[in-house]
Design a protein around this ligand. Structure first.
Ligand code: SP5
Ligand code: ZN
Length: 353
């Protein structure tokens, strides 16, 4: 029996938390949903709350280190990276914050079937974005780039022999495809991490965010050597990302989706986490896309996973006994996000011992 069960309190977390203050610079302020500007859910307070909980539980904090663009170019088109890097500056230089008065980069037009990158600054977002929820402001690029650096730093720690490492990052990443951003995500941090690990050995990605990891699936869909699995609320029941995440999407035999019904709690959810983890077999290393938005009460999903459910998921994954990089994805209940992440990471360490 683990000491935490004997004494009814957590033992200190051993794994390191990778952090960058630069991730706080992205302030989306809003999401435009069905044309209505609603308050942003993907806010800086998410990661400061997680960091506070993990520090209180003993996890040592490590600063993210800079990495070259080559790590990003393994999974993203250069055109997407170039666009994101300059998007805010070109928007501001075009005067759009003053006239017509839009202080965030947002598409008005979607470039389906485009043969050319649009020239007009106001048309360009719709060539690279697939929704209106994912706004760009001053600091968005710097934060997204720092989030990728944090994920890559967590990879470095695991490659150097740490059993587990956690990247406490935002903005999240798993909805970004090779060439398109969306779903509050700009660079696919987990995919970038997995591609970096794959340079050294076999790797699999397990995504337990409440939403399907459509970007990660698309990026690795033709790679039979890299397994990707996602447990998420059923898009067929109407949930984001709507068009992907169904159980019949197998890729080159190395993709697996486990959609669960809205309202599902620990039993149904953990059964799927167990099944897909078994299916991953035993790669040399694992990348976990850790969204905690499947928790009961989260404003962005109808799943009802408890804190003990997240601890249970951590134990299942930890019991694989494989070096693991954990990258933060969604989770929007600020009052509970810290305890949920702590529960998963504690479970991970318990499962591995
Ligand atoms: C990383 C992640 O968890 N992204 C999730 C994005 C899901 N967004 C879907 C939005 C659906 C409408 N929500 C209404 C909220 C209005 N503020
Ligand atoms: Zn999510």
């Amino acid at each position: 029996m683990a000491p935490s069960e004997l004494y009814g309190r957590s033992v200190a977390l051993e794994l390191k938390t990778v952090w960058s203050d630069v991730c706080l610079l992205h302030e989306p302020e809003a999401e435009i949903w069905i044309g209505v500007r609603t308050p942003a859910t993907e806010v800086p307070a998410r990661v400061t709350a997680i960091r506070a909980a993990l520090s209180a539980n003993g996890s040592p904090l490590v600063e993210a280190r800079p990495h070259g663009d080559d790590a990003l170019l393994r999974v993203h088109d250069a055109a997407l990276i170039d666009y994101l890097r300059g998007a805010w500056d070109e928007w501001a230089q075009a005067g759009l914050p003053e006239d017509p008065g839009q202080d965030r980069v947002v598409p008005y037009f979607f470039a389906a079937g485009a043969r050319h990158e649009p020239v007009a600054v106001w048309a360009r977002p719709g060539f690279f974005a697939y929704d209106t929820m994912t706004l760009i402001g001053p600091g968005t690029w710097e934060a997204a780039r720092a989030a990728a650096d944090a994920a890559l730093t967590a990879v470095d720690l695991v490659l150097a022999g740490e059993r587990h490492a956690y990247a406490c990052t935002r903005p999240p990443g798993h909805h970004v495809t090779r060439a398109r951003y969306g779903g509050s995500c700009y660079l696919n941090n987990a995919a970038i991490a997995a591609a970096a690990v794959a340079e050294h050995g076999s790797v699999a990605v397990l995504d337990i965010d409440a939403h399907h990891g459509n970007g990660t699936q698309e990026i690795f869909y033709d790679r039979a050597d890299l397994r990707t699995a996602s447990v998420h609320v059923d898009p067929g029941a109407g949930w984001f990302p709507h068009i992907l995440g169904f159980a019949d999407e197998h890729g080159d035999g190395a993709n697996r989706n486990a959609p669960v019904a809205p309202g599902s709690g620990d039993d149904e959810w953990l059964e799927q986490v167990r099944a897909v983890t078994r299916w991953l077999e035993r790669p040399d290393a694992l990348v976990i896309a850790l969204g905690v938005d499947a928790a009961e009460g989260d404003p962005e999903s109808p799943l009802r996973v408890t804190t003990e459910g997240y601890r249970g998921a951590g134990r299942i994954v930890g019991a694989l006994g494989v070096p693991t990089v954990v990258v933060q994805e969604g989770g929007y209940d600020i009052a509970r996000i810290g305890e949920l992440v702590t529960a998963f990471l504690s479970g991970l360490e318990e499962g591995a011992t």
